[in-house]
Design a protein. Structure first.
Ligand code: 4AD
Ligand code: MG
Length: 433
């Protein structure tokens, strides 16, 4: 008899197997008990028929408590009525760990209560589905960039630089010096691009942002590719191919999870069709004005969630908004060749109200321009000497971007809040558990 995982049931129909499981729920009558079981790979039902098992096993089955862990042995059958498609007829049960008064019962609980029990809540079906899709996005990311000839180059977490501005930095001590938790690995990836051509980082990122929205985490994971000898247009093509690749791989490998989440496959399918529309910031402002919904919007303002939602819904596909005003973007972006009020950049806005999932740009290459922008941004020039060096020794046109992993996962899974897309979210008022 083999020990298997639930997910492999289809290969063991009518065979006797052993599985290590937890009980999620249970229903029983005098003659039969239905055990809802999970093992981390899938969820299915165990059926215990009184007449087919010993008296002790049936009694044990009826007394099992929610989240008790156990080994069950039994025979796998097809079960056309369930969406998983298989069940197990249980013959024997061996309890491994008892569970008394599991706090998350099948009744409804409030979000705060669930968040306080995140360490247990992760076991629930929706959370399972989101975490498996997150894992697929991570897997497909590595696959994509390896296929494209990228080298993964890890950026430091403890740094002295502030690529995205000084207002959102987490301060810490580095012996007798000041240091900050990384808000982006980008500047280091630029050094990497000059060394190895095409590189990417994939690591945790910290923003001490006092925002309490459905899209903001204090700690999130970011994928930051950086490409030497590449202008912005080619970078946009890479970005859309990457996003379509992620969505396609979720469609190909996460059918079970998408069913649990009741996520419409046809909607996702549409997001794999390229190219994505591209509009300029100027055109975006015009569209917003014409809509009649944003009468007060002015050129030069950054977009908030309502503006981003309107723009992406207008195209019902992810849309690139290009070339924002210089004044609202970071110091490193390449200035426009003929207009000094905009920079060569683009944000990718996801439809269905998910907003910006990618921010990227071509990078400025003129050392004098960069020094001036660094000072203007209120940063200490001395801290960026190494970064300016990249422009002094064989500088080339280069571009890059950053994808927020959890923004992307929230969008693909169709969840309402970004806290669902990371195992242990750090939010404005939450660092427990
Ligand atoms: O637009 P951002 O701030 O860009 C950068 O950090 C660049 N250095 C990236 C680059 O060019 N290498 O952040 C990039 C992405 C956003 O589009 C969003 O998806 C995500 O990171 N992001 C957040 N995700 C969750 N919570 C937050 N507070 C986020 N801030 C940004
Ligand atoms: Mg941004």
């Amino acid at each position: 008899m083999e020990t298997i995982n639930i997910i492999n049931s289809k290969d063991y129909v009518d065979k006797k197997v052993k599985i290590g499981v937890w009980l999620t729920n249970k229903r029983s009558s005098g003659k039969i008990a239905f055990l809802q079981l999970r093992d981390g790979t899938a969820y299915f039902q165990g059926v215990v028929v009184k007449n087919n098992v010993s008296e002790e096993v049936f009694k044990l089955a009826k007394e099992l408590k929610q989240e008790t862990s156990m080994y069950i042995t039994g025979t796998i059958h097809e079960d056309k009525r369930s969406h998983f498609g298989y069940e197990i007829e249980v013959e024997d049960i061996e309890v491994v760990g008892e569970s008394e008064n599991y706090p998350i019962t099948p009744k409804e609980h409030g979000t705060d209560f669930l968040m306080d029990h995140r360490h247990l809540w992760l076991r629930s079906k929706r959370q399972f589905a989101v975490m498996k899709i997150r894992n697929e996005v991570i897997r497909a990311t590595y696959e994509f960039f390896n296929q494209e000839g990228f080298t993964k180059l890890d950026a430091p977490i403890l740094t002295g630089s502030a690529p995205e501005g000084t207002t959102e930095l987490f301060h810490t001590e580095y012996f007798d010096k000041d240091a900050y938790l990384s808000q982006s690995g980008q500047l280091y990836e630029e050094a990497g691009a000059m060394a190895y051509g095409k590189v990417f980082s994939f690591g945790p990122t910290f923003r001490a942002e006092k925002s309490k929205t459905r899209r903001h985490l204090i700690e999130f994971w970011m994928i930051e590719p950086e490409m030497a000898f590449m202008h912005q247009e080619e970078s946009l093509e890479l970005q859309e191919r990457y996003i379509a690749y992620l969505v396609q791989n979720v469609l190909d490998h996460c059918d079970y999870e998408l069913q649990i989440l009741e996520r419409d496959r046809d909607v996702l399918k549409r997001y794999t069709e390229l190219p994505y529309p591209r509009i300029s910031y100027d055109e975006a402002i015009d569209l917003l004005k014409e809509s009649g919904q944003f009468p007060d919007i002015k050129w030069g303002e950054d977009f908030g969630s309502p503006e981003e939602t309107y723009l992406a819904e207008h195209f019902s596909k992810p849309v690139f908004v290009m070339n924002y005003p210089k004044a609202i973007k970071p110091f490193y972006m390449k200035p426009h060749p003929t207009r000094d009020d905009i920079v060569i950049c683009a944000d990718l806005l996801a439809p269905e109200g998910y907003g910006e999932i990618i921010g990227g740009s071509e990078r400025a290459t003129d050392p004098a321009y960069l020094e001036e922008q660094i000072v203007k941004a209120g940063l200490n020039k001395g801290d960026y000497e190494w970064y300016i060096d990249l422009r002094r020794y064989g500088s080339v046109p280069h571009s890059g971007f950053g994808l927020g992993l959890e923004r992307c996962v929230t969008w693909i899974t169709g969840e309402d809040h970004i806290r669902e897309a990371i195992p242990f979210p750090r939010l404005l008022n939450r660092i427990y558990p």
